[in-house]
Ligand binder design. Structure first.
Ligand code: HEC
Length: 135
């Protein structure tokens, strides 16, 4: 039954993700970020690859992870709740990032951010850990 509810939640969130591009632009605007960060590095004509920049951990979190981690949906550990993260943070940032990127039980791969790089997922995990007082 839990799996079924998670599947419905995942399908729902995936559908929302299809509309996420406009939403992302809006979030970027509100956070005061450049709407198209890739252009900056192309224009600057440096060695920096556009993909090496990507989104901030905060943006990825707001866009995707928050849907479950702000509400504890499907048993997701709550954002900023020390007691729910206490045992998990002992796995370390690398393992937590790997689990978030590859999927872990009811936690879907990449947290449903289908175009997220592993670096972007890592930043969003760091963003979640920074909210704790025990990290
Ligand atoms: C569809 C809901 C959902 C979304 C979206 C989601 N998570 Fe999760 N997440 C979960 C659930 C449920 C768990 C608990 C899994 C378990 O321990 O069985 C979890 C656990 C985790 C963990 C702990 C893993 C561990 O090894 O203990 C991390 C880290 C995490 N999520 C990061 C993220 C990040 C980063 C994002 C966004 C990119 C994200 N999650 C988006 C549901 C979600």
């Amino acid at each position: 039954m839990h799996k079924f509810i998670s599947l419905i939640a995942a399908t729902f969130l995936f559908t929302i993700n299809l509309f996420a591009d406009d939403y992302e632009d809006e979030v970027r605007k509100r956070l005061g970020l450049n709407p198209q960060p890739q252009q900056a590095s192309i224009a600057s004509n440096t060695e920096v690859e556009p993909t090496s920049e990507g989104r901030s951990g905060e943006l990825v979190y707001i866009q995707g992870c928050a849907a479950c981690h702000d509400a504890g949906l499907a048993g997701a550990p709550l954002y900023g709740d020390d007691s729910q993260w206490e045992l998990r943070i002992q796995k370390g940032l690398e393992m937590l990032t790997s689990n978030a990127y590859n999927g872990y039980n009811a936690m879907p791969a990449k947290g449903l951010c289908m175009d997220c790089s592993e670096e972007e997922i890592k930043r969003s995990v760091e963003y979640m850990l920074e909210a704790l007082t025990i990290n």
